[in-house]
Design a protein around this ligand. Sequence first.
Ligand SMILES: [Zn+2]
Length: 409
Amino acid sequence: MHDHRQLGRELGLFDTDPLIGAGLPYWLPDGAAIRHTLEEYIRGAERRAGYRHVYSPVLGKRELYEISGHWAHYSDDMFPPMDLGGEQFVLRPSLCPHHAVIFRSRAHSYRELPLRMAELGGMYRSELSGVLGGLTRVRAIQLNDAHIFCTLDQVAQEARGALEMIRRAYEALGIAPSRYRLSLPGPGGKYVAAPEKWERSTALLTEVLDGSGLPYEAAEGEAAFYGPKIDVQVTDGAGREFTLSTVQVDFHQPERFGLQYIGADGAKHRPVMIHRSIIGSVERAVAHLIEEHGGAFPAWLAPTQVAVLPISDAELPNADAFARRCAEAGLRAEVRGPASGTLGARIREARLVPYQAVIGAKEAVDDRVALRLRDGRRLEPLPSEDVLARIGALVDTHSTEVWDQAAAA
Ligand SMILES: [Zn+2]
């Protein structure tokens, strides 16, 4: 297994600088390409599943987190407040309070429910510098978050829908859960006191897990302070397990923020809030992908998808033209000409790139490309049009296959 910190530096994906601060990595262009592609995949999956996206600020007044309960139950993990004009602001430890306030800002009818609100937004955690490292323990987090405001009757179906999105995302990302965990409160933890609500939400999540047929284990002491959750666990290169995805049922924050909708009976009702994340924090997700794939990402995620390799300087114009057509087709391509080494050296150099498009005099003559696939396969020269179409189709469908043999036949 690979260490994402070492590989991240070798591949030029991300880095840190003491002047910026520990736990505050920055993303280099190749890392940013992966992150952008991952975020767009998530947004697309959410749009198709009926979510609507919002933006909200990364800080808010201290009162916001007093109402949500974060201040009482979570302030150890929060940055200290900033004083400004007699008010106190804090960097947010989660997106939920902002989304609850956005929901509350408009009147809602039962016809709008389930209302699915999503955001890929920043949040902050005051980790001590001793535990910080790479992308897995950071102080600034980009969270793939969403909140579903719904009726009690809709909770099970919405939670099932979220689990299905997680399943599909893992398939596209080429990763697998190590286990599903029903995370319950435990002794000594800081939890909001509302035994009846804990029981109801635990019963709902248990029903969803039992109905899903997925094997799971219950674990005490792993719940959020406001409610139980389903956690999807993965294991990193060093054998450590962590939570990547989560689905949570929350009766607490709707109560605290006084959320309501008008029911079919014309009366006011309290919605339930489901918190769900498909890939958790973008940082952790990318760290896991780096370790899992050793830098050989699925083609749709790869920072460079096509390495265009002209055999001699004579084919450089053809290589440039092919790379431009790749870019127009939405693919990330890069020409590596003879100036950067022999063909063999350039092929080795591009070993993590899913497609190496070799263009020699023979191919240049009739606009063909000789493809070498990352897995070592070498294809007969194909018309460049066909190559673009086939790679494009695999990338668009987020396939983890580097070549579709059936389509190629
Ligand atoms: Zn939340």
